[in-house]
Design a protein around this ligand. Structure first.
Ligand code: SF4
Length: 80
């Protein structure tokens, strides 16, 4: 992804809680009490984009994605 601001988003319906995302990018994603991923950084900085792309790529459920940070984030969306 280019240097445009981006956000990591978890599709909670698709997520199976494998933990591979927060295992490989602990500075960006951490598990909650149930082991579900919580995105820690919003938006992702350009310096973090490679780690974010790696986290997206290791998710076997394709539940993690990088989306444009504009238009403004929808607080009713699937990331928190
Ligand atoms: S790797 Fe994918 S399926 Fe596993 S916890 Fe992360 S987002 Fe969920």
């Amino acid at each position: 992804m280019a240097d445009a601001p981006a956000r990591l988003v978890v599709d909670r319906d698709a997520c199976a809680g494998h933990g591979m995302c927060y295992g490989i990018a602990p500075s960006l994603v951490e598990p909650d009490e149930q082991g579900d991923p919580v995105v820690l950084v919003d938006p992702i900085s350009p310096a973090q984009s490679a780690d974010a792309e790696t986290a997206v790529s290791v998710c076997p459920e394709r539940a993690l994605s990088l989306v444009s940070a504009s238009p403004p984030f929808d607080p009713e969306g699937s990331s928190r």
